[in-house]
Design a binder for this molecule. Sequence first.
Ligand SMILES: [Zn+2]
Length: 283
Amino acid sequence: MPELPEVETIRRDLEPLVSGRRIVAVEIDEATLPLLAGATTPIEMLRASLAGRTITGLGRRGKYLLFGLDDGRTFVAHLRMTGRLLWRDSEAPPEAYERGRIVLDDGHDLRWSDLRKFGTWRVMDNVTPLFEKLGPEPIDDDYSARYLRQAFKGREAAVKSVLLDQEKVAGLGNIYVDEALFEAGVRPESRAGALGDAAVKRLAVTTREVLLRGIEHRGASFRDYVDGQGNEGRQHMYVKVFRRTGKPCYTCGSEIQRTVVGGRATHYCPRCQRFPRRRSKPA
Ligand SMILES: [Zn+2]
């Protein structure tokens, strides 16, 4: 599933290509439309909102891509599980699992391909309500150990679950959370509220670092993710625990273990990652 580094890579790729371009047409596969745009949105409404508009810029918040439109509205796209947004020559053959396309005025399309069809499109007058539900991003200036300590305070939930909660911390998903917990030496099942100061400080640093490294490596392509031009990222070659079950830890040689936390497959080193000392009971 695309997380912050993958969505940011797509944003950086597409921004210079789509900014200033006018949308000339919008095509969506009929069966996909209710899933993509909501059960009550007819295609005419999406077309009326997008066709004829000029894209003023491409932003991102959490895992949302935000296309600014020249009427002040915002086209908001979320890739969810298997969504892809690809910049293609209009003459290029259709993508695998192509569900829709946004035709631009320069002979290119933005192709929407989505195997599982969980992706979403919205045109919003005001994106503030969407943003209010999202916590700070670890790469933001207002993200800190102090903020994280506050978010963890009194929480019985596993630290991994709290870090995955987009309302607490935006942009982290399964891959980067497992990596950040490994680098901080924290067991994913630890009760968030029981973490000591030093562990919280380390997590504030590692959550930021793993995302920056993910961006530097243009995202992780374990399965479906590709960038805005259809190329794979490289971050999956640099992971230390994610999907390395049974392989030796690069630090201590112990076998990487797999467990399930909050319904999510979770990978960790049993030796390098510890429960909080005072309260050793897992969440
Ligand atoms: Zn280890």
